[in-house]
Design a protein around this ligand. Structure first.
Ligand code: NAD
Ligand code: MG
Length: 330
């Protein structure tokens, strides 16, 4: 079982009097910067020239500089840029500005695990990864709670890497919820596997296949959409609240019986074997290499697939149905 750290295990003083540089002011960046600032830490936000976030960050009372200047000022430098540009920005703006004794931090291990970032000697490398999107990290913190997070130490150059990671986790609210200890490799491989096989790839393709099956059989696409796409949220909410048990207690006996009878015919031994292959492609770097190349050549596959997905029948039908549901937009 994982080791979990709470507020009492973390000492904010480890980072007091130090400069915390937060690079990027997107989903995670804004939440980390605002929470750490509210926790009394000295925060500087590093943004690229012309960034549209500058005004927002300054209006919130935060200091803003270039990415390079923030990296220079920072005793702890947290990289919250899109994963696909971290390697490049790290090489040009961050690496030259790190000094022995600094800490380099990430919220996802991708670039470290797949060798896009090589930290200099004497620098701690840590991860503090909230298990939720930035707006939730911010909202829950303001309400007095905290979204649980993962913490990991990749390089402990100073002997202080874990206390520093835990102090940062405390500053953003993570140890209020609990900080689970992991490794860069475990976080990165499980994160990629989860989003590909289950959360994004698996779930969307499952819904799409169900929708297509009903439409091909002559049912109206609107009805198929409600049954195979829209209602997923009701089920997922029940699982989120109380696991499979709560979901299965809440659905009808008919639905529960059908669940046991049919689930394993859909996710077969063949699907599980494919999952193991997907995991292997993540672990041996095949996926990372492919994705880094895709970005180097201007994301052709991402753009094509995104456009096709936006034009599909399921997208068109969904858009129409959501117009009937004012409660969704609000
Ligand atoms: P994001 O896309 O929301 O924000 C990235 C920010 O980086 C932008 O807002 C901008 O300030 C800056 N930026 C964008 N392009 C840039 C460029 N070309 N040059 C310089 N700066 C640029 O990213 P995010 O979702 O906050 O992700 C940041 C990190 O946090 C990633 O490592 C991600 O894996 C990790 N993470 C994200 C989530 C999440 O739910 N979003 C959860 C946990 C961890
Ligand atoms: Mg993720």
């Amino acid at each position: 079982m994982a080791t979990i750290y709470y507020d009492d295990d973390a000492n904010l003083q480890v980072l007091q009097g130090k400069t915390i540089a937060i690079l990027g002011f997107g989903s995670q960046g804004h939440a980390h910067a605002l929470n750490a600032h509210a926790s009394g830490l000295d925060v500087v936000v590093g943004l690229r020239e012309g960034s549209s976030s500058r005004a927002d960050a300054e209006a919130a009372g935060l200091k803003v500089t270039s990415i390079a200047d923030a990296a220079k000022a920072g005793d702890l430098v947290m990289v919250l840029l899109p994963d696909e540009i971290q390697g490049e920005v790290y090489a040009t703006d961050v690496a030259p500005n790190l000094e022995p004794g600094n800490a380099l931090a990430f919220a996802h291990g991708f670039n470290r695990v797949f060798h896009q970032v090589t930290p200099p000697e004497g620098v701690d490398v840590v991860m503090i990864a909230p298990k939720g999107p930035g707006h939730l990290v911010r909202r829950v913190f303001v309400e007095g709670g905290g979204v649980p997070c993962l913490v990991a130490v990749d390089v402990d150059a100073t002997g202080e890497a874990m206390p520093r990671a835990l102090a940062y986790a405390k500053a953003i609210g993570g140890t209020r919820g609990g900080a689970l200890e992991t490794t860069f490799r475990e976080e990165t491989e499980t994160d990629l596997f989860g989003e590909q096989a289950v959360l994004c790839g698996g779930v969307s393709e499952l819904m799409q296949a169900g929708f297509d099956t009903l439409v091909e059989a002559g049912y109206q696409p609107e009805i198929a959409y409600f049954e195979c796409v829209h209602e997923m949220k009701l089920i997922v909410d029940l699982i989120y609240e109380g696991g499979f048990e709560t979901m299965r207690h809440s659905i009808s006996n008919t639905a529960e019986y059908g669940d046991y009878r049919t689930g394993k015919r859909i996710i077969t031994e063949e699907t599980r074997a494919e999952m193991r292959d997907v995991l292997e492609e993540i672990r041996n770097g095949t996926f990372a290499q492919e994705f880094l190349l895709e970005n180097r050549v201007g994301q052709p596959r991402l753009k094509t697939e995104r456009a096709a997905s936006d034009r599909s029948l399921v997208a068109t039908v969904g858009k129409r149905l959501r117009k009937m549901m004012s409660f969704i937009a609000s």
